[in-house]
Design a protein around this ligand. Structure first.
Ligand SMILES: NC(=O)c1ccc[n+]([C@@H]2O[C@H](COP(=O)([O-])OP(=O)(O)OC[C@H]3O[C@@H](n4cnc5c(N)ncnc54)[C@H](OP(=O)(O)O)[C@@H]3O)[C@@H](O)[C@H]2O)c1
Length: 228
């Protein structure tokens, strides 16, 4: 087990359906948090004892990591719960939509992780069992019709996590990718393009957040869709 009490954790996408629930559970477990998303009012509305770092990940991923490290006096984990979705057939995808999906879902998490690795390495040297957590989703395992670009952006992130996880295992940094299926957070109503088809009822958001936080604490190294 990894002790969460006192762990210095940056949660990105902290205002989201999953990010807010993960942040609350981590806070209840005694973690010391820095929370980031774009909207400062929604960050404040979380009403958690935490540092808040409003930022748009399109431009500021590395700066968010540096600021979190400065305010927390180091970093022991980064939880990346930011993301956007788009629907529609591949033939109707606009280039701007593809660029946005890859920027928020793949490039910015990769930049965040890359920027955080030196601090996580120091955390490992101090025996603090550092971790990186991403939520790519079931589409990384089973790319889905009507979600081709979203699936591709998430598969890119999942592939990065596997490869970077192998690189950093010996250094004692754990990279954990969670791949839940459709979850009732309202994400599908906030699509940056297209309209969601009728989905069957998804996972309960509290359940998914709980599985992810339990996995951080238990030392798990992977959370496939079957874990939810
Ligand atoms: N819900 C599902 O069915 C499901 C299933 C599998 C995987 N996932 C993945 O899990 C993650 C969380 O999903 P969710 O359902 O919790 O979605 P959500 O409620 O829409 O939350 C998304 C979060 O990302 C932040 N965000 C979006 N664009 C951003 C940007 N440019 N810069 C900074 N922050 C940005 C949002 O904050 P602001 O808008 O305030 O910036 C929000 O905090 C996503 O990566 C999603 O793809 C979701």
């Amino acid at each position: 087990m990894t002790e969460l009490r006192g762990k210095r954790i940056l949660v990105v996408g902290a205002t989201g359906g999953l990010g807010s629930r993960i942040a609350r559970r981590l806070s209840e477990a005694g973690a010391v948090l820095a929370l980031s998303a774009r909207d400062v009012d929604r960050l404040d509305a979380l009403d958690l004892a935490a540092e808040t770092i409003p930022a748009d990940l399109h431009r500021e991923s590395a700066a968010v990591v540096a600021e979190a490290e400065r305010r927390l006096g180091g970093l022991d984990a980064v939880v990346i719960a930011s993301g956007v979705v788009a629907f529609g057939p591949a033939s109707e995808l606009e280039p701007e939509t593809v660029a946005d999906l890859f920027a928020v879902n793949a490039a910015s998490p990769i930049e965040l992780i890359t920027a955080a690795l030196p601090a996580l390495s120091r955390s490992a040297e101090e025996g603090r069992e550092p971790a990186v957590v991403t939520i790519s989703g079931i589409v990384a395992e089973a790319p889905t019709a009507g979600l081709a670009a979203y699936s591709a952006s998430k598969a890119a992130l999942a592939a990065f996590m596997v490869a970077a996880g192998r690189e950093n295992r010996r250094a004692g940094i754990r990279l954990l990718d969670a791949r839940p299926g459709h979850t009732e957070t309202g994400l599908v109503t906030r699509a940056i393009a297209g309209t969601a088809p009728a989905f069957p009822a998804g996972h309960d958001a509290d359940h998914v957040a709980g599985v992810i936080v339990d996995a951080i604490a238990s030392g798990a190294r992977d959370l496939p869709s079957s874990a939810f």
